[in-house]
Design a protein around this ligand. Structure first.
Ligand code: NAP
Length: 264
């Protein structure tokens, strides 16, 4: 029983909608009768590669007027973007999408689903810089006023892709492994359209077992993030906001729903 609700969500901006996950999200939204809109730096390529019916808006995340055009009139936003690994553009892209969207929405209260990654709370590793910026994006979204869900995928299409079950977890247990890309996309779409997913941070993996059909119950079973806490419900604590780079502190000052103490 897959009960998709939130009929008021019609037009959905997908940031990263030309990517390997975002294109699946856009196609699924279309299939469900919603109107996906994709922001792309290369609109011609985007139009060629996306199904008819997906609206394409030209622009990039650092172009605030373009992001404002992209969010105009949307009922929801999904973020599945990412800078190429090794590019070093993580602050501008992986993190930067979150303040760009919050600034462009300018208080317009719509649901947001952010795709992040497992491992964002891990202390080391070669992806440390990327994951730190992703975590900062998560924390800014939690601090703000928008209804959100954060989805942290495991490793895309690693290992067996024959797993039918979607396994939602919490606490950033990095040892849990692979996830099918279509499972990531379905989790994102279900999170968007299922009210009980709001205010939650979940990791998503593929596993043996029956396909997940009762998404409202699965999301409900996840612990909600604590209001006012920058970290996910079962995360180990992240850095104090005072220890973040000035850019992040400025974004927190601008968007935090309740003042962060001590003053940042
Ligand atoms: N690989 C894994 O196992 C794994 C696991 C967990 C999480 N992740 C995360 O998943 C993300 C990658 O997802 P994916 O494979 O779906 O992405 P992808 O195929 O690499 O596509 C990246 C998307 O981001 C958009 N983008 C990049 N820079 C942009 C900018 N400056 N302005 C606007 N849009 C921009 C691209 O849009 P245009 O090119 O059309 O502009 C494209 O749609 C990465 O951040 C990665 O850390 C990966």
């Amino acid at each position: 029983m897959t009960r998709l609700t939130r009929p008021s969500i019609n037009r959905v901006l997908v940031i990263g909608g030309t990517g390997s996950i975002g294109r699946l999200v856009a196609a699924r939204l279309l299939e469900l009768g919603r109107l996906p809109r994709v922001l792309s730096r290369d609109p011609d390529r985007a139009r060629r590669s996306l199904p008819d019916g997906v609206e394409v808006v030209a622009g990039e995340l650092a172009d605030q007027p373009a992001v404002r055009v992209a969010v105009a009139g949307v009922d929801a936003v999904v973020m599945t973007h990412g800078a190429p690994y090794g590019s070093g553009d993580y602050a501008a892209v992986d993190y930067g999408a979150v303040p760009a969207v919050l600034d462009a929405l300018d208080g317009h209260r719509v649901p947001v689903v952010l795709m992040s990654s497992i491992g964002v709370t891990a202390a080391g590793g070669q992806s440390r810089e990327l994951l730190e910026w992703k975590r900062r994006g998560e924390r800014l979204l939690r601090a703000g006023e928008l209804p959100y869900t954060i989805v942290r995928p495991g490793w895309f299409d690693a290992g067996s892709t024959s797993h039918q079950a979607v396994d939602l977890r919490q606490g950033d247990q990095i040892e849990y492994g692979p996830v099918r890309r279509d499972h990531v996309a379905e989790t994102i779409v279900q999170a968007l359209l299922t009210p009980s997913a709001t205010g939650r941070t979940v990791e998503v993996f593929s596993a043996d077992g029956p396909a997940l059909v009762d998404w409202p119950t699965a999301f409900q079973a996840a612990e909600a993030d604590r209001p006012g806490d920058l970290d996910g419900a079962r995360d180990r604590p992240g850095p104090r906001p005072q220890a973040e780079p000035e850019r992040v502190r400025a974004d927190l000052r601008r968007h935090a729903h309740t003042p962060l103490t001590p003053d940042i």
